[in-house]
Design a protein around this ligand. Structure first.
Ligand SMILES: Nc1ncnc2c1ncn2[C@@H]1O[C@H](COP(=O)(O)OP(=O)(O)OP(=O)(O)O)[C@@H](O)[C@H]1O
Length: 298
């Protein structure tokens, strides 16, 4: 399977702060990949390394088979919207679209115009006068109209109201289906990621904690409940991600390839949000030296 992003032992250090450590992952073509993790986990750093705005301090990353931003041809195939959705305050929306057409060889003028119309935005309006959400929509329009093979979006829906968020995610899915593009988007909203993503990367404490197809991740993680007992009494082949105990009862989030055939255990599937939270908590408890615990690739 062709990998659109291939990172090996990737790391980024800002002075003494290690923002990303030992990140090894492979993003398959045609996927919508959710990047999730707590504040300061390294999500923006990873996205900026992927678009070539940052250079690694260790390891390597390849995007579309090349070092990021290594050629204009490659840059034309990658769209990136930074977290602060930068636009030019003094330029109008129409100016932004004209600039997009001049700078991007694969520019889709019809799509850009349609999107601005659908959003009810006035093309004559200066970007500096737009609300935060409207500015985000303009930045997203510019990125999509570039017709990239890879679209990197850093918290694209953070500034959007719930209706606009739903609309944006819908149009993102249509874009992916039509253009057969790969999208990586970071978000704190797991429910949004669940709606549009088929692949997930959990980053916490500057490391990849879990990565893989969402269906595979959920098929191999469970919540186990039983009368109080310690984790080392669990059946073999189970990896404990998180353990909680009350006086009478123990609950474990585990990774397991098969169900337990023992009536003293209640084994339930895990919701995606609980899956993400379990890995985030585990990373928090283990501290910054924690090693990646799971890699599931098809
Ligand atoms: N330019 C910088 N200089 C120094 N430290 C930085 C810089 N940019 C990021 N960091 C640090 O690197 C770490 C990772 O930051 P990053 O912005 O990648 O996290 P994030 O997961 O995107 O966070 P958030 O969800 O809050 O946007 C943080 O500890 C942050 O303080």
């Amino acid at each position: 399977m062709t990998a659109i992003i291939e990172a090996r032992g990737l790391g980024k250090r800002y002075g003494r702060r290690q923002a990303l450590s030992d990140c090894t992952l492979s993003v398959p073509a045609g996927r919508v990949v959710g990047l999730v993790g707590p504040n300061g986990a390294g999500k923006s750093t990873l996205l900026q390394l992927a678009c070539g705005m940052l250079t690694p301090t260790s390891g390597s990353i390849e995007v579309l088979g090349e070092r990021p931003a290594s050629s204009t041809a490659q840059m034309a195939r990658v769209g990136f919207v930074a977290q602060d959705t930068p636009t030019y305050a003094a330029l109008s929306i129409a100016d932004h679209l004209r600039l997009g057409a001049k700078l991007n060889p694969r520019w889709d003028a019809g799509l850009a115009k349609r999107r601005i119309q659908q959003l009810g935005l006035d093309p004559a309006q200066r970007a500096g006068r737009l609300s935060g959400g409207q500015r985000a929509q303009l930045a997203l329009t510019l990125a999509v109209a570039k017709r990239p093979d890879l679209l990197l979006l850093d918290e694209p829906v953070a500034a959007l109201d719930p209706l606009a968020r739903r609309g944006f995610l819908q149009s993102l899915m249509e874009f992916v289906a039509e253009a057969e593009a790969t999208v990586v988007l970071s978000s704190h909203l797991v429910s949004d990621l669940e709606r549009v993503c088929d692949h997930l990367v959990v980053l916490a404490a500057s490391r990849v904690q879990a990565v893989g197809e969402i269906d595979d991740l959920l098929a191999t993680h469970f919540r186990l409940t039983t009368a109080r007992r310690e984790a080392d009494t669990l059946p073999t082949g189970m990896q404990v991600i998180q353990a909680n105990h009350t006086d009478r009862q123990s609950t474990f989030v585990v990774r397991a390839d098969a169900a337990i055939d023992d009536p003293s255990w209640v084994m339930e599937p895990l919701a995606l949000e609980d899956f993400v939270l379990s890995y985030m908590k585990q990373a928090g408890a283990a501290g910054a030296d924690h090693r990646p615990v799971l890699e599931t690739q098809r």
